[in-house]
Design a protein around this ligand. Structure first.
Ligand code: ADP
Ligand code: ADP
Length: 226
């Protein structure tokens, strides 16, 4: 089933008399349960596409639709490179934040928060504050929160870009494990083709000009995932 249906999506920014085409007539289907990587150089329109799907930006033309499976679910959760954690909340409260906002029963909030604290190895840090955490741990908080929210789709914008190679690898593996359990539809942005090849068997390449998806790669023998 198609989870994200994108048709002729165009975004033009106007600024000081200049126009920039960030997306040019992008048409695309992402299926339910797919983990798709969107790869391309800086400025090619990746973040713009994600921000439109996150309803943070309005398209200039075209349309998209995210298929809803459950009424009480948020449509999308985002994981960013930075700004993922709320500094004045503990790790536990950060992970629980979206669930608390939805006023879910305390028991549900606690169970789901505990589950993802455990999954991401954050349980021992549950009562700490973000400033006491390493960069990798902060990104785990963002990932735990996004999955705990149980959204229809997950949108990730270079969540590991600021990490060193070793931490990056560990978190990539952890993300794949959590994803394999949940089979959430994920759209993951990266400028690294290596990262895309590690994470996904479907890769969309964007070209710098003029904001188009230029090619699609399907890895013939996808890596086994537990
Ligand atoms: P990427 O995420 O691939 O680096 P972006 O989607 O951030 O690319 O940007 C695509 C193009 O749109 C770039 O030329 C960028 O400068 C421009 N752009 C993005 N957001 C804005 C904005 N709010 N105002 C003007 N131009 C923008
Ligand atoms: P990334 O490199 O992760 O795509 P950027 O640093 O390019 O992110 O953009 C961060 C924010 O600035 C985004 O909200 C984007 O829309 C905005 N932005 C990007 N390019 C421009 C621009 N040329 N003019 C105004 N805003 C921009």
């Amino acid at each position: 089933d198609v989870k994200i249906r994108i048709r002729n999506l165009t975004k033009v920014f106007y600024q000081k008399g200049e126009s920039t085409t960030a997306l040019d007539n992008v048409t695309l289907d992402i299926l339910d349960g797919e983990f798709v990587c969107l790869v391309g150089p800086s400025g090619c329109g990746k973040t713009t596409l994600l921000r439109i799907l996150a309803d943070l930006e309005q398209p200039s033309a075209g349309e998209y639709e995210i298929a809803r499976e459950k009424e009480d679910r948020p449509l999308q959760s985002m994981v960013f490179q930075e700004r993922g954690v709320i500094p004045w909340l503990t790790v536990r409260d950060n992970v629980a934040f979206g669930l608390e906002m939805r006023k879910l029963p305390k028991k549900v909030v606690k169970e789901r928060t505990d589950y993802y604290l455990e999954k991401t190895g954050l349980m021992a840090f549950a009562d700490r504050y973000p400033k006491e955490l390493s960069g990798g741990m902060k990104q785990r908080v963002g990932i735990a929160r996004a999955f705990a929210n149980d959204p229809e789709i997950l949108l990730m914008d270079e969540p590991f870009a600021a990490l060193d190679e070793q931490n990056k690898f560990i978190l990539q593996e952890e993300l794949l494990q959590i994803w394999a359990e949940t089979r959430k539809t994920v759209l993951f942005i990266t400028h690294s083709i290596d990262e895309a090849l590690l994470l996904s068997d479907r890769i969309l390449l964007m070209s710098a000009q003029p904001g188009r998806i230029s090619e699609e790669i399907r890895v013939a023998a996808p890596r086994p995932r537990t």
